[in-house]
Each structure stands twice: as C-alpha cells, then as structure tokens.
Write a protein that binds this ligand. Structure first.
Ligand code: MGD
Ligand code: MGD
Ligand code: SF4
Ligand code: MO
Length: 680
C-alpha cells in the first residue's frame, strides 16, 4: 500500500486519531522527513480547515524526547519507574515465558487485557489485539468506561446509535447542548451552531457547570447533577398540556404515546423544579421554546451518562424529538452518537471464532481495582495498551494498590511512560497514529477515513497490530487471521453488505478519496431497529430487563455524610490524560481548579486561589479553589485528568465510585459525594 514515509517533504492527508467525535481530516506538513506542522484539511467537509489547539500543538508530542524508544524491563520496586532498556526479542520472550507458565498453572483467564481508545483507529483499538486475545482465551474486558450507559439508554428509545447528520444542522434553529461541553469536546458542532446563529438560531446549554460552552449560550440553564430526566419529563408535561405535541408523528412512528401522556402528568413544573433546581417559569419557557422552534437539535453529551441513572437520563431525553416530530425535519432531532451509519464488519475484524467455543469471564474495566485485589481466581497478568488506568479509572487508589502487587506481571504498551507504565514489568514503545496504517469511523459525523503512515516509526516503536502479530508468533499460534496484514484487515472489515449505508466505502475508494461519506437516507418511514420498528416511548424490552417501561426520573444513589456532589470532568487542552504531560498544554490549562459556589465557599472559609482538600472514604486530592456562581450550591466541579506531578495530589479519580450505572455497566464518575476543606 502507498505510504508517505519515503517522501521527505510535502503535505499529506491524515486523520486525527484522538477519542473525539469530530475525527478531523488533517494535513500533515513534512520537511526533511519530519512533521513540522499539522493543520485541518480544508477539503474535509466537516473539518473545513479548522482543528483544535491540542492537535495544532501535536508535533511536540510526536517528537517529545520523553517518548519511549525501546522496550524496557523493570529493575526497581513497582511504581518507582526504574527500568533498563531491553531488546524486543528479550521483551517478547519474557512475556512468552511468563504467560506460558501462567496458562499451564492457572489457565489463560489469569491474563487480562486492558485497553481503550487512546487511538481511535479500528485496527489499533479493536483489531489484531482482539484476534490475539480471543485465540489466547484470556479474560475478556467489558470496555464500559465511556459511553455504554447512554448508548444502551438511547437504544431503548431509538433502537441504535442513529442520530441527525451534523452536516444538516446548518439549518437548525434551536440547539440544545445538554450535558456536553461542546466548545472543548465537539468544536465543529459549535462552529456549525455559531454559523446558524447568524441566521437567527438560538443556543441553549443545560449543564451543572457554566463552563466554556455555557458562557457562549444564549440561555444557560444550570441544573442539579443527575436530575435531567426529570427536566425532560417536565418539558414533555408542558408539550402535551399546551398542545405542542406532533400528534401525526406520534401516531405514525412511535409506540406508547398515550401511556406517556398520562405518565408525565405527575411531572408538573413545580414538582420538576423541586427535583432539578430549575425554576418553574424556566421549565415552562424552555418547553415552549422547544415546542415551537423547528428544526431543533438536542446534542446529548457524555456528561449525562456518567451517573448512577445515566442510562435512564439519556433514554428519557431521547424521547423529546419524537414528541415534537423533529425526526422528519432536516436539521432536527438529536445526536447522542451516530456509529450505526458507519458500522462495519466487527466479526471479520475481531474474529470471535478464535475463541473456539470458549466463553472466558468478562471483567468490567470500571472495576479494575476490585478485579486486581478481590476476584477469585485472581488475575496474574495485566496487558495494558491505549489506556492509562492509573489515572482514568475510578477508585484510583484501589487500582494503584492492585498495580503494586508483586505477583502481578504487568505489560504496558504506550508512547510514553505513563502513570500506569511506571508499575509495569515490561514496557513496550508504541508508534503514533501518524506512523501506522488504519481506518477511522467517526461516532458523530458520517465519514470513514484512511490513515497511511506519514513518518518513520519513532525509535523502535511498534503499532498495536505489530505487537500482537509478534506475540501470536511467539506463542506459537499459527492461525491465518493472526498473520493478516493491515490492508487485509481493513478490506475484511469494510466488506459488510449488512450495512447499506456503508455501500461504496471500501479500501480502494478510501485510498483514492481519503474520506468517504455514509450513504445516509431519511430515518423515516424506514423501520427502526427497535422491537416494534418504531420509536419506543413505552418499551416492553425495558420492562423485561427490569426497568420502568416509560421514561422515569430515578435518583442518584450515594447519600449520607458527604455534603457535596463532585463532578470531575475532562478539560479543554488535554484529551483525557493525553497531553497532560506536554508543557504547552499544561501551560494553557494552568492548574487544576475546583469550582465552588460562593455561598458554600463562605461557609467553609474558602477563598479564590486557596488550596482545597477534597475527600471521602475512597480517597482525597488537592485542587485550587475557583469561587463563584459557575456551579450551584452543593455541587463542586473540576476539569481535567492531571498527571502525577512533583508530590502534588491531583488525582480526582481517587474519589470517584466504581459502582456501575443503571445500564450497560457504565461508569459513575459524576455521582460521588465529597467533603471539602481549606488546607492550612
Ligand atoms: N478537550 C477535550 N475533548 C475531549 C475529551 C477531553 O478530555 N478533552 N474527551 C473525549 C471523550 S473520551 C469524551 S467521552 C468526550 C466527553 O465530552 P462531553 O460529551 O462534553 O462530556 P463531559 O465533558 O464528560 O461532560 C459534559 C458536561 O456535562 C456536565 N454534567 C455533568 N453531570 C451533569 C448532569 O447531571 N447534568 C447535566 N446537564 N450536565 C452534567 C459537565 O459539567 C460537562 O460540562 O469528549 C471527548 N473530547
Ligand atoms: N474523573 C474522570 N475520569 C474519567 C473521565 C472523566 O470525565 N472524569 N472520562 C472517562 C472517559 S469518557 C474515558 S473515554 C476514559 C479515557 O481513558 P483512556 O482511554 O485511558 O485515555 P487516555 O488517558 O487519553 O490514555 C490513552 C493512552 O493511550 C496511549 N496511546 C495513544 N495511541 C496509542 C497507540 O496507538 N497504541 C498504544 N498502545 N497506546 C496508545 C496514549 O499515549 C495514552 O497514554 O477516561 C475516563 N475517566
Ligand atoms: S481532537 Fe478533535 S477537534 Fe482536535 S483535531 Fe482531533 S478530532 Fe479535531
Ligand atoms: Mo470518553
């Protein structure tokens, strides 16, 4: 396959590999064989030449002298980051020996792979790795740290990850950004909304924190954490009561609208105001604005689903566009995710047949600490790639205690010596996305994109595909799928007649055009992939699974002695922990802050700029107070997953619960309670 590696100078098309809905098309500028500049591809219909600051400053990360060049072997105590360089042969042979022993003594389920989307490339994130671990028969990981609660909730209503085409939202007249900090996390949806605003569109933001996104809204609506389903039900109450429902659409394309109409009578504006903290007049005004503006779009964010009741919240909000019939209006509807349009042949890519009939145990990644410390039979070896669980996973103190286990054989494959890698026995250097072949499918826009290697591999680094091919060979697995090339895997994955939207997207069309759009048709009058084929306002499937069949407000679970709800979200200049070690990005972000309401701060004697200890039974961390009206009383908010730094304790996940959300085994990062106090 054509690669740009040997062209020393020029401008080359590429893709942003980060876990971001925008999945930008990039232009990579090379001089003397090195990347000198990264810009947005002006030809990419969604990127339109604009990218975020994070990736404009990516070059430094690619050539960061801290990048891993060779495999490393531990020489000191776990966590002390004392290593010596070793050859790939020695590293792979060490893994082979340990694993062969373990498999003989305790079986392959004593080995646990742990990974996420540090690189969204489908081969990197769920390709040869899955084939290898299926063949090995290791424990399986439920990759539930990000979206599953909301995805399952949305599916109950809509049947799949099916939303509005973002490119159609240029025509939208009302944008509701609901639990999403889109200025930081979905900037091209903001660009479109800002353009639409020039044609009279309004922007509403519903959030627990008046952050970058709240500040640019026409109307910012603060809400108490975990109460959004009540607000959505209150809006439905007013829509039905004031005759703003689209009866024709409801009859044609939904089930359960009569039941829902009766059910929401109980969610009158006064009741909802008491639950949500949103004043009754605002609830009524919001419902009227929503009911009378068309096209209207709800951008459903990930902040909503990181709660005990996150699935139900998203399930409930997803009912709103059906009530106003917005799904048949161009630019109307909702976007939670859009993966269904670009669904490819995961079976062909991941080859679950290599399990050979075995069904190894499944471990939820949100409970890594528990898994390392408590489960029986124990995990004896952990293989971490494309993720940094020592910082990103909940109950971080438990996770780190698990990683400290002397008998745990840990391998980490990453570009950097992350907080997790510091605990490893063997560290393997990973190549960056610009050094690999891969294909990308956005979870927001409708383009599939091809990545070809732009530069030489850094040092001795290897891609995920290469590492798992090597391991397969070392383990003596001679199954053909473990030898497929990257190009072969892409061809297999895109051969998927079951998804008609993917028609015309294959390796050859991507090679020629770099990005190709899904062949999307109108959602209706087609059948939805729900059991009834319609939007399920009433869901028998939910009833069978033990949930209320109608959208319902369910409260958060943690109560008791800790007075504040703690919402530790991501920040603007990092991407999860990626960039949290880059000087430029840290400088822009300054320091980790804790947003506190003025009233609470006064009661606690805390002033702006004070160091504040945040604690609960799970752990503690110390952040800098930002006092004001950006959060409601009783709520404290931080931004960013900060790196371990010179004795500073910024580890917000020391406080977050490892309870699972109501649906999909999702995380509950934002449903924990804490106490705060001024440090001396
Ligand atoms: N710059 C940047 N971009 C990113 C990331 C990053 O770290 N940095 N991470 C990427 C990833 S992996 C993801 S999943 C997405 C996440 O990006 P988003 O979808 O924006 O999700 P979050 O930032 O987790 O939360 C969004 C908002 O929800 C609010 N929130 C929390 N609880 C509630 C609630 O109960 N009700 C309401 N209404 N609001 C609530 C938070 O205050 C926050 O402003 O962004 C991706 N893009
Ligand atoms: N408190 C709190 N915790 C959270 C969240 C939150 O909002 N609040 N958000 C959660 C969410 S939504 C998510 S998605 C997770 C994200 O958690 P992670 O997926 O762990 O994300 P990152 O911290 O960016 O770590 C990705 C790692 O992959 C490495 N990497 C990049 N490319 C490659 C590659 O090609 N190969 C290999 N082997 N490694 C590579 C990077 O260098 C980086 O160290 O965090 C979760 N944790
Ligand atoms: S992080 Fe998101 S906005 Fe930034 S370049 Fe990548 S895809 Fe685009
Ligand atoms: Mo995420």
């Amino acid at each position: 396959m054509e690669s740009y590696v040997h062209q020393k100078d020029g401008i080359f098309k590429s893709v942003c590999s980060l876990d971001c809905p925008d999945q930008c098309g990039l232009l990579v500028h090379k001089k003397d064989g090195k990347i000198v500049k990264i810009q947005g591809d002006p030809d990419h219909p969604v990127t339109q030449g604009n990218i975020c600051n994070k990736v404009r400053n990516m070059t430094e990360r690619i050539y960061d002298p801290k990048r891993l060049k060779t495999p490393l072997k531990r020489t000191g105590p776990k966590g002390s980051a004392t290593f010596e360089p070793v050859s790939w042969d020695e590293a792979i042979e060490t893994i082979r020996t340990r694993w062969t022993e373990l498999i003989e003594k305790e079986g392959p389920e004593s080995i646990l792979p742990y990974s996420f989307y540090g690189n969204m490339g489908n081969l990197t994130a769920e390709g040869m790795d899955r084939r290898f671990f299926h063949r090995l028969g290791s424990s399986r990981l439920e990759r539930a740290i990000c979206t599953p609660a909301g995805s399952v909730g949305y599916q109950y209503t809509m049947g799949g990850s099916i939303g509005t085409d973002p490119e159609d939202t240029t025509e939208t007249k009302l944008f509701v950004f609901w639990g999403i900090n889109a200025v930081s996390t979905n900037m091209h949806q903001i660009t479109i909304a800002q353009k639409a605003r020039k044609n009279g569109a309004k922007i509403i933001v519903i959030d627990v924190h008046k952050n970058q996104t709240g500040r640019m809204a026409d109307w910012f609506i603060p809400i108490l954490p975990g109460t959004d389903s009540a607000l959505a039900l209150g809006i439905m109450h007013v829509l039905f009561a004031e005759g703003m429902a689209d009866e024709t659409f409801l009859k044609e394309y939904t089930v359960g609208h009569e039941e829902l109409r009766r059910h929401v009578l109980q969610y009158d504006p006064d009741t909802v105001a008491a639950i949500t903290g949103v004043p009754r007049e605002d609830i009524v005004e919001l419902a009227r604005l929503y009911g009378r503006t068309s096209p209207s779009l709800i951008r459903i964010g990930n902040g909503l689903q990181h709660h005990d009741n996150g699935g139900m919240i998203v399930r409930t909000i997803a009912c709103l566009p059906a009530i106003t019939g917005q799904w048949t209006v161009k630019g109307g509807g909702a976007i939670k995710g859009n993966t269904a349009f670009l669904a490819y042949n995961t079976k062909a890519l991941q080859r679950p047949d290599l399990l050979n009939g075995r069904t190894p145990r499944v471990i939820n990644m949100n409970q890594l600490g528990k898994a390392l410390l408590e489960i029986d039979p124990p995990i004896r070896s952990l293989f971490v790639y494309s993720s940094n669980p020592a910082v990103v996973a909940p109950e971080a103190n438990k996770v780190r205690k698990g990683l400290e286990r002397e008998d745990l054989f840990t391998v980490v494959h990453d570009l950097f010596l992350t907080e997790t890698a510091r605990y490893a026995d063997i560290v393997l250097p990973a190549s960056s996305a610009f050094e690999n072949t891969d294909f990308y499918t956005s979870y927001w826009h409708h383009y599939t994109q091809l990545q070809r290697p732009v530069i030489e591999k850094y040092g001795e680094s290897k891609s995920n595909s290469e590492v798992f091919r090597l391991l397969a060979e070392a383990m003596g697995f001679d199954d053909e799928p473990l030898k497929d090339s990257d190009e072969e895997m892409i061809r297999q994955a895109l051969d998927y007649p079951a998804n008609p939207w993917l028609d015309g997207i294959d390796f050859d069309s991507l090679s020629e055009k770099h990005f190709v759009k899904a062949k999307r048709k109108a959602i209706f009058p087609e059948r939805l992939p729900t059991p009834s084929g319609k939007i399920e306002l009433y869901s028998k499937k939910m009833e069978q699974a033990g949930y209320p069949a109608l959208p319902t407000h369910t409260p958060l679970l943690e109560t008791g002695e800790y007075p504040f709800l703690f919402v530790p979200g991501p920040n603007h200049n990092f991407l999860n922990t990626t960039f949290s070690n880059n000087e430029k990005h840290i400088k822009l972000e300054k320091e980790p802050k804790l947003h506190i309401n003025t009233k609470d701060a006064e009661e606690k004697g805390i002033e702006n700029g004070d160091s504040v200890k945040i604690r609960n039974d799970r752990g503690e961390c110390v952040l800098t107070a930002a006092v004001g009206e950006n959060v409601l009383p009783g709520v404290v908010v931080s931004q960013g997953l900060w790196a371990d730094k010179d004795g500073k304790n910024y580890l917000v996940n020391a406080l977050t619960p490892d309870r699972l959300a109501d649906m999909g085994g999702g995380a509950t990062f934002f449903s924990g309670r804490v106490q705060i106090e001024k440090m001396d």
